[in-house]
Design a protein around this ligand. Structure first.
Ligand code: GDP
Ligand code: MN
Length: 346
């Protein structure tokens, strides 16, 4: 058992890579949104959903991060939309630019070659994915927090959330929470799994004995099955990303250049790390958090939950057990009981 000093001075015990043993009392938690000034009205809609369904009862701080200065209009509008404090941070340049070892000509050629793939030709999207993988949790505005909830523009929260989700995560010894899982576009991550396996060979001790390898691989680790947690929603513990295993993993991926020579998403990177380095019971699916990020919904199939929490979503549109989702896989590998009606939706 390794003893970590968590940000903010709270003592956290760490069982292999899993975080455990938080104290009771208040949780140090915030929302975090990475946005551009031009996302103002899209993020305001997201904030309204989260505030009206959850945060007006809890008033957690909201941290906004941007690769440029936020405009005065952005800051004043957003500040009056949140119920708690709003903090605005600019991302340091070294967290949103090319590291020295990247061949920028090769990166530019990749963007041409990947034109036919979603965001394949985008340079900013790659900086974004690298930032969300390796740097958001290092931003000084997050230093005082242990927990975060990631919120993107244009999302919806479909149901009331009447309990403190952060406290629930802590009290139930969870580290990573998600609402939607899905298969990745293979063309964006061609060498991610090989690079991951190379890393694991260097650090077999980082792979938790009770990992969730069977969620990300159908052949005991030989190949990646493309399943990942959709990272536009995350409720998670920052100390997991701050831990040595994850730092080493990110550094190894970053050195290999795949954020720029391919188009590695932060979702598969986070998910593979969580699936391999955490004990499987520290990952949590929220069946009760009705959520929409274009074009998919998590809409509670449990009738009582759906009614009690005043969900404003059509259960027929729940993605969990539909085609491209990894919900079926998640329920099966974790031997979870599927909600009634899960198979009526094909
Ligand atoms: P998608 O969900 O994969 O389609 O990608 P999004 O366009 O939603 O981007 C993911 C997150 O990164 C969102 O929170 C965006 O607001 C943010 N984001 C994407 N590109 C940029 C950028 O160039 N600058 C900033 N500041 N945020 C960005
Ligand atoms: Mn998005």
């Amino acid at each position: 058992l390794e003893l970590l000093k968590a940000a903010g001075g709270e003592n956290v015990t760490m069982d292999q890579n899993g975080l455990a043993g938080y104290g009771s009392g208040d949780v140090k938690a915030c929302f975090v949104s990475l946005v551009r000034n031009s996302d103002l009205w899209s993020i305001v809609e997201s904030i309204r959903h989260v505030e009206d369904r959850f945060n007006n009862k809890f008033k957690y701080t909201w941290v906004f991060l941007n690769d440029e200065e936020f405009s005065d209009e952005f800051k004043t509008t957003v500040s009056r939309t949140v119920s708690g404090d709003a903090k605005f941070g600019v991302i340091p340049e070294e967290h949103w630019s090319y590291p020295s070892w990247i061949d920028q000509g090769k990166a530019a050629q990749t963007r041409i070659d990947m034109k036919g793939i979603i965001y394949g030709d985008s340079e900013s999207y790659r900086h974004m994915c690298r930032f969300e993988s390796g740097f958001f949790w290092r931003h000084p505005l997050l230093d005082e927090f242990d927990w975060y909830w990631r919120v993107e523009p244009d999302i919806k929260i479909h149901c009331d959330i009447d309990y403190d989700v952060f406290k629930w995560m802590r009290d139930n010894n969870k580290v990573y929470g998600f609402t939607i899982s899905i298969h990745e576009y293979e063309a964006t991550i061609k060498t991610l799994w090989k690079t991951t396996k190379d890393f694991i060979k260097l650090h077999p001790e980082y792979v938790h004995d009770n990992n969730m390898m069977d969620f990300v691989s159908d052949d005991k680790g030989k190949t990646y099955n493309l399943c990942h947690f959709w990272s536009n929603f995350e409720v998670a513990n920052l100390n997991f990303w701050r831990s040595q295993p994850y730092r080493d993993y990110f550094d190894y991926l970053d050195k290999s250049g795949g954020f720029f020579y391919e188009r590695w998403g932060d979702a598969p990177v986070h998910s593979i790390a969580a699936a391999l380095f955490l004990p499987r019971d520290q990952i949590h699916y929220f069946p009760d958090i009705g959520y929409y990020h274009p074009p998919y919904n998590n809409c509670p199939l449990d009738k009582d939950l759906w009614t009690k929490n005043k969900c404003a979503c059509d259960q027929n549109n729940d993605f969990t057990f539909q085609g491209y989702s990894c919900g079926n896989k998640y329920f099966e590998v974790n031997k979870m009981v599927k909600p009634a009606g899960w198979d009526a939706l094909h």
